[in-house]
Design a protein around this ligand. Structure first.
Ligand SMILES: [Zn+2]
Ligand SMILES: [Zn+2]
Length: 231
């Protein structure tokens, strides 16, 4: 049983963020009250879970939505939450506020959904965060999610994209392996405009990838996806 001083002495072997998680009491990722992790009871009761929706973009069934344009390089989307309210607050806290301990719990709903409806793919990868930003956040959350997904689906997980931050612009991606006909499960934390997913998936396609299925914790809105990325 380690005391706080023992933990600090051994901090050299720990990422600082992991140490902070260990020393902090568990708090709800959405309201930050002590108690439940990833979410307290009241917040868990308000989670906007997505039902079974459009297979191509995960928009809720029965809602008018604009979906992906026909030429989008994404063939399907799995998402667990509607990106609003408690779900948006919890994902933001887990990504940006160093509350990493709740991350696996937050991913549970998506993992269960993928296990029930496994996409037909050969490999799992993720939309890479440029290195500097990833360090600021204490790690690449999409990479952590991709490893959890791959483990649950018993699939290999490989980094297929290198990311570069363009000052004042959008991140650019480059494929780091040829992908002759490989069907890919591309993982990210949220799907908002779809522009990032479009550019990442297009990059995999240009490297030879076949079918690309996107898996995200949360999908925002019902607007047209990927529009700006086509220009
Ligand atoms: Zn709460
Ligand atoms: Zn759709």
């Amino acid at each position: 049983m380690g005391t706080v001083s023992n933990l600090v002495v051994s901090a050299g072997r720990w990422p600082v963020t992991a140490l902070l998680d260990l020393l902090a009491p568990p708090r709800c990722l959405a309201c930050r009250r002590r108690g439940g992790t990833p979410l307290c009871g009241p917040c868990a009761a308000q989670v906007p879970l997505l039902g079974h929706g459009c297979r191509r973009c995960a928009a809720p069934r029965g809602q008018a939505h604009a979906c992906w344009p026909d030429d989008a390089p994404v063939d399907g989307v799995s998402a667990a939450f509607d990106y609003r309210g408690v779900a948006a607050a919890a994902i933001s806290t887990a990504k940006l506020a160093g509350a990493h301990a709740g991350w696996p719990g937050l991913c549970a709903a998506l993992l269960a959904r993928l296990e029930r409806e496994p996409p037909a793919v050969d490999v799992v990868t993720w939309i890479t965060t440029p290195t500097a930003r990833s360090h600021q956040r204490g790690g690449d959350h999409a990479a952590r999610l991709a490893h959890l997904v791959a483990s649950r689906l018993h699939l290999p997980v490989v980094q297929l994209l290198a990311a570069r931050e363009v000052p004042g612009g959008r991140d650019t991606y480059a494929a780091v392996h040829p992908l002759p006909g490989t069907d890919v499960l591309l993982v990210d934390d949220i799907l908002t405009t779809g522009a990032t997913a479009w550019r990442a998936a297009a990059c995999l396609r240009s490297a030879g990838a076949g079918r690309i299925h996107l898996a995200v914790l949360a999908r925002a809105g019902t607007h047209t996806l990927g529009g700006a990325s086509r220009r």
